[in-house]
Design a protein around this ligand. Structure first.
Ligand code: ADP
Ligand code: MG
Length: 626
């Protein structure tokens, strides 16, 4: 298969730099838990982080919704509201991306805003005022801010991006990141692992002939990750990841605050209740921590409170936390079945790796000098910009592997496209997902295969359709149908459907590139950008409606089977909630639908709990077909 390259050939002059731009810019984005950044390759051919109007390169990953005028603020301007308006200020949304309520149950108290559970299996939502937002929409707002800053600073449209994610992100979290990009009006050419990007920023992995094993140690504001990667022929393989999603610079700040509280003989509870003082102490602690990079003693006062500390004390306060990260490194090495001697390079990422003690302990553990010359806040974004440049075809020294030009997927309930192999995936590739039925006793399942970037299958190109027949009659949600896509090096796609309980299977083969020209592919890509916003809106509406319909189906069935279990009043009230949801489903108001689902769910949850009906729990799982 030839290398398919999509240069939307346009010659333009970049007004900011005065240089001729042969191709539309592709930016690299580090969408972080604490901070996000956007970078590009400047006319001197160096990766550079964008600083729009001196606003700073780090954009705090925080979104504030003004409940009075509906204004949305992102970044530093939103950060101020963390203390004064916590319910309407969303931080750490990356922790929720692509996650179900079940995934986050253990740390739901971490969030000061409202995280909604309306079905433990489906993705979480966030309630702000009387609106519901998905983490995808919220991340989309952060990405949109970054895109606008880049457009403003570079005076050129920015429509294409590479976005980084942690190496441990699963399919659902990666898809959510892509969707967030789409919502921001970005064509996400590739999702790249953060450690891979960091390594590219150090030029490691750019030479197609080198083979290396590297460790990437990433200590940020709230999270710690270590990844062991193997690089061979320009391909990065993740051998192991380890870490702690609740360990980072924030913990060091609190350790300092606690120390001051003790030294000044303050009452901890009183301090926590005084929001302003807590915030002042926290900010002073962060400032002190950062100062230790250059000085060994900090002397300060907040009113009558002495905020003094020396570096040795600071190091003793954080020692056990840093030790914990070292244990994670050891675990990662063990999982990768490697010894420290087999690691060729160690790369430091994240603001907290500026701490001397951290550098020393990591270097001692790996028994080698570290790569920490590139600014650890920026290194991931810079690497993402390099990856973007590779994709743009500007680096001839790099092997561009065969990629699939358009996404491949199947139709799911509501006529939605469920992507199984994303575009720009290297071939050969294999991917799959599990599906189930939506109706009791359903014995056939239609599987329609599509190609394209639009959210609704009717806008995409249909490649094949077949029916998986003879599924044994079971309640909705019981059958387990694995659908696997195998795309070989010749561009032949094999689609297999297998019902796991009965073993029945069916498959087809198609050649997705057959009968489609490069111009048509280009047009399809352009259309997907033009329609991105309306597509995602439509999809979210359809998803809300589908969720509502499933909820009605489940609750009605529950009532039929178990009405003896409920009081007459409970039955009447449930029916009222059901009727309300049915009425609202006729509208196109996504928020109202979520609200109504939420109400019905809150009301009926105790019944389900009372009954512990297993069948219901199972029936509420997973995606469904019509
Ligand atoms: P994330 O990847 O979670 O978005 P970052 O990599 O941006 O986070 O790291 C942010 C953290 O780095 C914050 O806790 C910040 O206080 C810390 N940090 C930044 N500079 C320094 C420094 N000089 N010394 C110690 N910690 C620092
Ligand atoms: Mg980071």
């Amino acid at each position: 298969m030839p290398i398919v390259k999509f240069t939307m050939a346009k010659v333009s002059i970049n007004l900011a730099t005065g240089s001729i731009q042969k191709e539309e810019l592709i930016v690299g984005i580090d969408l972080g838990t604490t901070n996000s950044l956007i970078a590009f390759i400047n006319p001197e051919n160096n990766p550079q982080v964008i600083n729009d109007m001196g606003k700073g390169v780090l954009v705090p990953s925080i979104v504030h919704f003004d409940s009075n005028n509906g204004e949305i603020k992102v970044g530093n301007e939103a950060k101020e509201f963390l203390i004064t308006d916590p319910q309407n200020t969303i931080f750490s949304v990356k922790r929720l991306l692509g996650r179900s309520y079940k995934d986050i149950q253990n740390y739901k108290n971490f969030f000061s805003y409202k995280v909604i559970d309306d079905n433990t299996e489906s993705l979480v939502k966030i309630k702000v005022g009387d609106k519901f937002y998905t983490p995808i929409e919220l991340s989309g707002l952060i990405l949109k801010e970054l895109k606008e800053r880049a457009e403003h600073a570079l005076k050129t449209p920015v429509n294409r991006a590479v976005i980084t994610v942690p190496a441990y992100f699963n399919d659902s979290q990666r898809q959510a990141t892509r969707d967030a990009g789409k919502l921001a009006g970005l064509d996400v050419l590739r999702i790249v692992n953060e450690p891979t990007a960091a390594s590219l920023a150090y030029g490691i992995g750019l030479n197609p002939n080198e083979t290396k094993t590297i460790a990437v140690y990433d200590l940020g504001g709230g999270t710690f990750d270590v990844s062991i990667l193997q690089i061979q022929n320009g391909i990065f393989e993740v051998l192991a990841t380890n870490g702690n999603t609740f360990l980072g610079g924030d913990d060091f700040d609190s350790a300092i605050v606690d120390y001051w509280i003790e030294k000044n003989q303050l009452n901890k509870a009183e301090v926590s209740n005084n929001q302003e003082l807590s915030q002042q102490l926290r900010l002073k602690a962060e400032e002190t921590k950062k100062a230790f990079t250059h000085q060994s003693l900090v002397n300060n006062k907040i009113g009558e409170i002495w905020c003094t500390m020396d570096r040795t004390t600071f190091e003793s306060l954080i020692l056990s936390k840093v030790n914990e990260t070292i244990s994670c490194c050891l675990n990662a090495l063990n999982d990768a079945k490697l010894t420290v001697e087999q690691i060729d390079e160690v790369i430091m990422v994240g603001g907290s790796t500026r701490i001397g003690l951290v550098k020393k302990m990591v270097s001692d553990f790996f028994k080698r000098p570290l790569h920490n010359q590139v600014n650890p806040d920026k290194v991931v974004a810079l690497g993402a910009a390099i990856q973007a440049d590779v994709l743009a075809g500007n680096r001839t020294d790099i092997l561009l592997l065969d990629v699939t030009p358009l996404s491949l997927g199947i139709e799911t309930i509501g006529g939605l496209m469920d992507v199984i192999i994303t575009r720009n995936s290297k071939v050969p590739t294999k991917a799959g997902r599990q599906y189930t039925t939506s109706i009791d006793g359903q014995v056939n399942m239609k599987i329609a295969v599509y190609q394209g970037e639009r959210d609704l299958v009717k806008e995409n190109r249909k490649l094949a359709e077949f029916e998986l027949k003879g599924i044994p009659a079971m309640p909705a949600g019981f059958p387990k149908v694995d659908i696997n896509f195998l795309l070989n090096a010749d561009g032949i796609l094999k689609v297999q459907a297998l019902e796991l309980r009965s073993g029945i299977k069916q498959e087809v083969e198609v050649k997705p590139t057959y009968g489609i020209t490069d111009e048509q592919v280009e047009q399809m890509l352009l259309d997907s950008i033009t329609h991105a916003k309306s597509d995602v809106d439509q999809r979210m509406l359809i998803e809300a409606k589908t969720e509502g319909e499933q909820m009605i189906y489940t609750v009605e069935r529950f009532l039929q089977k178990n009405n003896h279990f409920l009081t007459d009043i409970e039955i009447t009230d449930t029916n009222n909630y059901l009727q309300n949801l049915k009425n609202i489903l006729l509208s196109d108001d996504k928020d109202a639908i979520h609200k109504s689902i939420d109400n019905l769910n809150d009301f009926t949850r105790p019944f389900a709990e009372r009954l512990m009906d297993e069948a219901i729990a199972v029936a509420m799982k997973g995606k469904r077909f019509e």
